[in-house]
Write a protein that binds this ligand. Structure first.
Ligand code: C2E
Ligand code: CA
Ligand code: CA
Length: 739
């Protein structure tokens, strides 16, 4: 059986008509009856040719619903061009039909004439045919034409059916589309009217055409009040440029969607921060821009949080004064200004005298209270444009920008000392402390911020040496870095030769086990007249004079020698100054110390501060890389006191992060807690240990544990110890850590 080449499409067209098995149509039966009369034949059929069956759509003189397609004459007929009939006057005499079961068996047909029926899609879906039981040589051309005319009528009827089916499908489609539209509209409204975001629809000229009800709570207007308005009626003038840019980007097709932060005016006149999300809406048919869909979200609270965090990062939680970071920023700004405008800038560094005594005798709450009062007093004596910062502990610094004379600075210093000297009451006690102030003055901007600060620090040392409660200007003659070595430098050099420096060791406790993980080596100067000096009293000088290089080398060698005698799992941490790290010889110094002592590199940890990283020199990063490759550990010290600390965590990899004491102390403040948690999580994520420094109370211990710190160090466990006591400490076993 040869099927038409597009048989599958033909069948699809037939099934689309949904005509098979449909109810009989009297019109078609009538046409069959007419044909029977007209051509004097006993059998007339309207047939539809399905895949394997031939269905009788209308019939005259025939029983049943259909027959097998195999051997049916109409299968031949439909292969003709639409309209051209197949006529076989004597079926037995034609090779195409002689074998057909319709000829051999009932109805024993002898004559057949059929016309293919083409429908809308152009396929021959069936036939209109007549049959006789005797051959009909009398069936002429004229009869054939009449048969075709009747077939046209049949076709017309079927076309009607086709149109009806198409129409029904169309209607169903329309209905479906309408209900989908209704659904989506309903969904849109539900969405727009229940979300706390404001949803706006506006035309291409930005006129609002729809505004969701949440506008009431967000901006205080009713949706009706907003209709017909434009965004620029509400957007803050400073954000208007931003807004127009976004609009441009959207209409030009550069972006499909844009998100910005803009301030909007509420009905009550206040401004709120909005997260504005805008998309260009296109006509679904043509794709042409049709308007804008905007959603507004009130992010005032989030902005306030961001501001709070930014504030916290730049301020001391205890006194609310600018911290070290902000101090350096401001000082850099002021020195730049001085360089550009030829003005003067002064830095006053101020240390409290007898503060430690207050802390030790009346406790930390008293010390905290005192620091807060002094902060307030300092603010009261300076100009509004000056900066008062707390650099840590009892150390304050004041930047006086754009001052006239040296005398202005000294007048201020005297007023500060007076203000600090006034007694401070606390729980019935009267506390009184003094102050020493060092001043460095600079005009024309020859010195940068760091140099200027160093000078004021040197002057502070001189003020202290001069007997406290006094101030001193930086005196270049006493500057150990200048060409005339000062008396101090000579004193330090002498002390190095005579063994005047020594190291104390402070245990670092592993929080998981309570055992000592290592010791930090901390330097002391046994001064012949002034007793044991803390590093803060001589390290700045050692750095200024360059002596720190040889002093630091001694510390490394001494600490490694000492540590080599400890058990294998106990590390030693050595503080390294920025100046040391800049030396090309640094790596060699470390190697020497390790070689001389036999200490394995992984038991040595170098504590560096951000100042080292800030220099970003090739020497520093190369030295760090090489040392780490050797196995030497690197710790980031005083984390949280300096510049944009978090970025360093990402850019360098550290073995340990040491969280500064000021963070641990400030932890009664929930904001500090949040920041510390974040830092610890980040560090641990990067594979580092996190040591909390300066833990003094059980409360602080509980906090740093909760924050995820892995190690602790502080007076709660042990103050720095002389070397001879270490063996006993290690033997003492784990400390008890409250749950
Ligand atoms: P650092 O590296 O932050 O050392 C920790 C300081 O905190 C030590 O002060 C230690 O005694 C003190 N500390 C430890 N636990 C507590 C506590 O619970 N409460 C309080 N209030 N303080 C605690 P120290 O020994 O006076 O050292 C001061 C700084 O001097 C060190 O700070 C370090 O930056 C520097 N330094 C010490 N030794 C060396 C050294 O050999 N070389 C260099 N370059 N710097 C050193
Ligand atoms: Ca340290
Ligand atoms: Ca530290």
């Amino acid at each position: 059986m040869v099927h038409p080449t597009h048989e599958q499409e033909r069948l699809d067209a037939l099934h689309r008509l949904r005509i098979l098995g449909s109810t009989p149509e009297p019109h078609l039966d009538a046409v069959c009856r007419i044909a029977s009369d007209m051509f004097d034949v006993p059998m007339v059929l309207v047939l539809l040719v399905d895949e394997t069956r031939v269905w009788f759509k209308a019939k005259w003189g025939v029983d049943g619903e259909g027959i097998d397609r195999e051997g049916a004459f109409c299968d031949l007929t439909i292969q003709n061009q639409a309209g051209s009939p197949l006529i076989i006057h004597d079926l037995t005499g034609d090779p195409r039909s002689a074998e057909s079961p319709l000829v051999a068996g009932p109805p024993n047909a002898r004559f057949y004439a059929g016309v293919p029926l083409a429908l809308g899609s152009g396929f021959n879906l069936g036939t209109f045919c007549i049959m006789d039981c005797t051959p009909r040589p009398d069936f002429t051309e004229r009869h054939a034409r009449q048969l075709r005319d009747l077939a046209l009528i049949v076709e017309a009827h079927l076309r009607l059916h086709e149109a009806r089916v198409d129409g029904e499908a169309d209607a169903a489609r329309r209905l479906k589309a309408e209900s989908a539209l209704r659904d989506s509209e309903q969904r849109f409204r539900l969405l727009a009217e229940t979300t706390t975001d404001v949803i706006l629809w506006s035309g291409l000229d930005t006129t609002r055409l729809y505004v969701s009800p949440s506008i009431r709570t967000v901006l205080g207007y009713t949706p009706e009040e907003m209709l017909g308005t434009k965004p620029l009626d509400f957007v803050h003038p400073d954000d208007a440029g931003n807004f127009s840019r976004v609009l441009d980007d959207l209409t030009s097709g550069r972006v499909e969607h844009a998100s910005t932060c803009q301030r909007y005016r509420r009905k009550d006149g206040t401004w709120v921060f909005m997260d504005v999300s805008q998309s260009l809406a296109r006509d679904p048919m043509t794709g042409a821009p049709a308007g804008y869909v905007t959603s507004l979200r009130d992010i005032t609270e989030r902005k306030a949080d961001e501001r709070r965090i930014a504030y916290l990062a730049l301020h001391d939680p205890l006194t609310d004064l600018p911290n070290r970071t902000l101090f350096w920023e401001r000082l850099a700004e002021e020195t730049r200004y001085a360089a550009q405008h030829g003005t003067r800038v002064a830095v006053l560094t101020c240390d409290l005298d007898r503060f430690k005594l207050v802390n030790d005798t009346l406790g930390h709450p008293a010390g905290d209270h005192l620091l807060q009062i002094i902060a307030a007093r300092l603010l009261a004596v300076v100009r509004e444009t000056d900066t008062v910062a707390r650099l840590g502990g009892d150390e304050f610094a004041i930047i006086l920008g754009r001052i006239e004379t040296r005398n202005d600075a000294s007048i201020l210093a005297r007023r500060i000392i007076e203000a600090i000297n006034r007694p401070i009451g606390f729980n019935g006690h009267s506390m009184s402390v003094g102050a020493s102030i060092g001043i460095a003055l600079e005009s024309g901007g020859a010195l940068d911020a760091v140099a200027l600060f160093k000078r004021s620090d040197m002057a502070l040392y001189q003020a202290k040496a001069a007997g406290r409660n006094t101030h001193r200007f930086h005196d270049p003659a006493a500057d150990p870095a200048s060409t005339h070595p000062g008396p101090l430098k000579a004193e330090m050099q002498g002390a190095m030769k005579r063994g005047g420096f020594l190291l104390n060791y402070q245990p670092i406790i592993d929080l998981a086990t309570g055992t000592i993980a290592g010791f930090e080596a901390l330097m002391r100067w046994r001064h012949p007249r002034r007793g044991e000096l803390a590093p803060s009293e001589f390290i700045p000088l050692a750095e200024e004079s360059g002596l720190i290089i040889s002093l630091g080398a001694w510390v490394l060698k001494e600490a490694c020698r000492e540590a080599a005698a400890w058990p294998d799992h106990v590390r030693v941490a050595v503080n390294v100054s920025a100046l040391q790290f800049q030396q090309i010889s640094m790596e060699e110094t470390v190697l020497h110390a390790l070689a001389a002592s036999g200490l394995p590199p992984h038991r040595l940890e170098l504590e560096i501060t951000e100042t080292i990283l800030m220099q970003k020199t090739e020497t520093v990063s190369r030295t760090m890389r090489r040392l780490r490759k050797l196995g030497v550990r690197i710790a980031l010290d005083d984390f949280g006191t300096g510049y944009s600390s978090l970025s360093y965590l990402h850019n360098f990899s550290f073995d340990t992060i040491k969280i500064d004491r000021s963070f641990v102390v400030g932890m009664s403040n929930p904001r500090t807690v949040a920041i510390t948690r974040a830092i610890v999580a980040l560090a641990v994520d990067l594979g580092a240990r996190v040591t909390a420094e300066g833990v003094e109370t059980e409360e602080q211990l509980a906090f740093v544990r909760a924050a995820g710190c892995t190690d602790v160090q502080g007076f709660l466990f042990h103050p720095p110890q002389p070397a001879k006591d270490i063996a006993r400490l290690i033997e003492g076993g784990p400390v008890r850590l409250a749950a």
